[in-house]
Design a protein around this ligand. Structure first.
Ligand SMILES: [Zn+2]
Length: 838
């Protein structure tokens, strides 16, 4: 693995003294060079003080088909910066008494189906008239191109409802400015292009400024065509069938012309000073409040600074005027990248700028998480996100990591994890990273931490991995009912309290409701209680995930229950760690899946997660599904139907630590009694221990052997199952090896599914099943959580005897663009985030 350390990261801090602006040209120059060299700038920038150009530069090309170079005279599509021109045209007409800005728009456009809209409303984005783009796209003939008059006819014909009453709200509106252009055209009896030529361009002596739309076949020589960079390739992104309209955009100008225009606003060449005051005053809404927008200008600071951006097709522009100090910044660009205008604005305002560095992972077989075949690509990371995927050439000085032909996959998402509580002690999260997991979903089986607690933990102790959480049903019960009184149904008042608590947690970013109905804290809840809570989760567009009420003798009822919850509460439901633990039912996995599929066909979004082991890890109490913990017949039932005492090991046992690591059968021999009595003894001893030590946690844990591959394989391969670990630190080997066991044992050795399909089940499918956005796929715009895998050697090494043994074949792991694990070692970086439901 080859690493070139030249990580691109520049930090510019403006030092403001008496010549506080002196450094701006140098800073802009450095910014443009850096961004141009890293393929993130194509455009022209100008900085002026009192009209004097102190910096101007153009870098890049005007047309991706010819690669002609840009110059400072190149004319860019100004996009929404056009609006300030249209506003001035309107004010020129008012000064000539051709209109009044408080006139009703119907005076000029009588067919417009809206009452009480004035020209002022259009100028200030307060008309409430909806935007035209979607309206046209949905109603156009496939060969139609829009123009200003056609837009008016569309509104007259379809009469779409107003978004709000005129003057009551501010809401950016392109329609308003097309209507203003139409008013200019109707009053002047000229096209907007001709009107602007005669009244602005000639008067100001502009050389490279014009109104242009797609219906106009005459292309000026300095014209810039829009494009976007997508995955290392430039693609055209220029005017299309909407762009027969003018007024909201489609003015073109060079940086020098735009400066001349901006300087003219200090003079009376176009309109009087008193009219200009109106243009730059904040709009007053009907309720007396103001919004910082004038006529075509955002007001950053009244009487001091005004600006506007322009974004259309591949163009990303900015103009700022500091009228107090007579400074001007102009950024015009094609290439669809916003970094320059954002950074240049910061420099203009004397703020520090940091440009996210990039690096390239080259020479990898990418499995992108979508179950499409592996591809040979390079991946470019910018900051915490993936910038591009494809045949990418390194930038000058860019750090390159050679992936040596190995598999690059999205970081794995563990939808059922119990390691969050250990991360305060071990934020490196090696248990997760060694198996390629970059995000864990906590709050499982009905038990959770409150969102505020998790936020505080992240602030105090940053983690190497991302954490998201559900809100636990049992946790809500404890908060509402007290934690010593849960072996009963809730009262209506208690249920109401739980609903409010849940709603509050959901509003703070919890992924939804989790339950553990097999455990006593949740077991005594009625189905009604759970459904009522699930409805709250459904209202918040979140999800329900459940360790169902029985995984053995009452499993059929438990499956019916979760389907019912999905059906009645209208919420996506997920079965946690799907398994068949009743020996009598071994091999019935496929018919269970058929039942789930029937529910899906009914429209219930039911899914599952599953871990790849034939033994579970829980409390010995789950071996008594009737909660008859002192009954010898109950104990015998467990031995006959629920687990194998010869293969089941006590992992924790506080009352008698010498039993730890022994099978139940071995403990019976040590105690000189039969297995059934030993089981009763273990439950009773743990119970007495808890009475004496009420604060003790994890008094007893058993790894119960009770599943078979004849169910595990169909469960793992079901199209709606994602992989989980259900892991904790210590105890069950799944805590360190679940994901790598799937990749090594089930994919490479048993070949039950393809590597691409297995990775989908660990990434995009998992993200979908818990409602996480922008993770689980390698594609531009997604977060850069990734894992580099050797498919020939990947395997789990953790075992009952050595549960913390690290996996092989997980070569590198990145979380949010930062490498956190390499060569079986933490890099001691902690870029993990608390992920909130979006
Ligand atoms: Zn569970």
């Amino acid at each position: 693995m080859r690493l070139i350390f030249s990580f691109l990261f520049i930090l510019l801090v403006a030092v403001f003294c008496h010549s506080q602006y002196a450094k701006i040209p140098v800073q802009l120059d450095s910014l443009l060079t850096t961004l141009y060299n890293s393929g993130r700038f194509n455009g022209a920038v100008l900085y002026a003080e009192k009209g004097e150009i102190l910096f101007q530069k153009s870098l890049g090309i005007s047309d991706i088909r010819t690669n002609n170079p840009l110059t400072t005279e190149s004319s860019f599509n100004l996009a929404s910066i056009s609006k300030q021109f249209v506003a001035i045209c309107i004010m020129m007409l008012e000064e000539k008494d051709k209109l009044r800005i408080d006139d009703n728009v119907k005076k000029y456009i009588p067919e417009l189906p809206y009452e009480n809209v004035s020209i002022r409303h259009l100028l200030t984005h307060t008309s409430g008239i909806p935007d035209y783009e979607a309206l046209f796209i949905q109603n156009r003939s496939p060969i139609d191109t829009l123009d200003n008059e056609k837009m008016i006819r569309l509104f007259a014909k379809l009469k779409p409802a107003k978004d709000f009453e005129p003057g009551t709200k501010w809401s950016y509106s392109n329609t308003g400015y097309v209507l203003l252009a139409a008013i200019i055209e109707r009053i002047s009896n000229q096209t907007l292009k001709v009107f602007v030529d005669q009244n602005i361009i000639k008067r100001l002596g502009l050389q490279h400024t014009y109104v242009h739309n797609i219906l106009n076949s005459n292309i000026p020589t300095n014209h810039v065509f829009g494009f976007s960079e997508r995955d290392g390739r430039n693609v055209m992104n220029d005017l299309f069938y909407i762009d027969g309209v003018t007024g909201d955009g489609n003015f073109y100008a060079s940086i020098e012309d735009l400066l001349k225009w901006e300087q003219s606003l200090y003079t009376e060449k176009l309109i009087s000073k008193s009219t200009m005051v109106k243009v730059l005053s904040p709009v007053k809404l009907n309720d007396g409040t103001t919004y910082p927008y004038g006529f075509g200008w955002f007001i950053d600071k009244e009487n001091e600074q005004y600006s506007h951006t322009g974004s259309w097709v591949g163009f990303k522009n900015l103009i700022i005027r500091d009228t107090k100090n007579k400074r001007t910044l102009i950024v015009l660009s094609s290439g669809d990248n916003e970094l320059t205008r954002n950074a240049a604005r910061s420099i203009f305002n004397g703020n520090s700028v940091s440009i996210p560095g990039t690096y390239l992972i080259s020479n990898v077989r990418m499995i992108d998480g979508t179950n499409t075949p592996a591809r040979n690509v390079s991946v470019r990371i910018e900051g915490d996100k993936i910038l591009a995927v494809g045949d990418l050439k390194p930038y000058k000085g860019e750090m390159i990591e050679d992936g040596d032909g190995k598999i690059l996959a999205p970081g794995f998402i563990d939808t059922h994890s119990h390691i969050e509580s250990s991360l305060n002690r071990v934020p490196e999260a090696i248990a997760a990273l060694n198996q390629g997991i970059t995000t864990i979903v906590s709050g499982q089986d009905g038990g959770s931490y409150l969102m505020d607690t998790l936020k505080m933990r992240f602030e105090k102790m940053p983690r190497a991995i991302n954490v998201a959480t559900y809100t636990g049903h049992a946790t809500l019960r404890e908060l509402a009912m007290g934690n010593s009184n849960l072996n009963r149904m809730s009262t209506p008042e208690e249920l109401e309290k739980m609903k409010n608590l849940l709603a509050a947690e959901l509003s703070k970013g919890s992924l939804g409701l989790s339950s553990g109905l097999e455990y006593e804290e949740g077991f005594y809840a009625s189905r009604h209680e759970v459904i009522e809570l699930a409805k709250v989760a459904a209202t918040a567009k979140s999800r329900y995930i459940s360790h169902i009420r029985s995984e053995d003798m009452n499993m059929a009822d438990a499956i019916d229950e979760i389907i019912d919850i999905g059906r009645i509460a209208k919420i996506p439901v997920q079965i946690s760690h799907l398994k068949i633990a009743l020996k009598d039912d071994w091999g019935t996995g496929p018919s269970l899946l058929a039942k789930l599929q029937h529910a899906r066909m009914e429209g219930i979004d039911i899914t599952a997660d599953c871990y790849p082991y034939d033994f579970w890890n829980s409390t010995i109490r789950v071996l008594f599904p009737k909660k008859n913990f002192t009954s010898l017949s109950g104990s015998n039932y467990a031995i006959d139907h629920l687990f194998d005492p010869f293969g089941s090991v006590m992992v924790r046992f506080a009352p008698e630590p010498s039993y730890i690591g022994k099978t139940i059968a071995e403990i019976a021999t040590m105690r000189n009694e039969n297995v059934a009595n030993t089981l009763l003894y273990l439950v009773a001893a743990a119970e007495s221990y808890e009475k004496v030590h009420p604060e003790a946690n994890g008094i007893e844990t058993i790894m119960g052997k009770s599943m078979t591959d004849s169910d595990i394989i169909p469960f793992l391969t079901w199209a709606h199952t994602n992989i989980c670990s259900d892991g904790a630190i210590g105890g069950h080997p799944r805590g360190f090896g679940a994901f790598t066991r799937v990749l090594g044992h089930y994919v490479r050795e048993k070949k039950i599914i393809s590597l691409e399909n297995a990775i989908q089940k660990m990434t995009s499918l998992a993200a979908e099943h818990v409602g996480l956005k922008n993770r689980g796929v390698i594609a531009s715009g997604y977060y850069a959580d990734m894992v580099l895998i050797d498919p020939e050697t990947v395997k789990d090494n953790s075992s009952i005897k050595n549960p913390g043994a690290l996996s092989d074949g997980i070569l590198s792991v990145w979380v949010n663009g930062i490498k956190v694990y390499k060569d079986k070692t933490s890099t001691k970086k902690y870029p993990g985030k608390l992920l909130l439901k979006e």
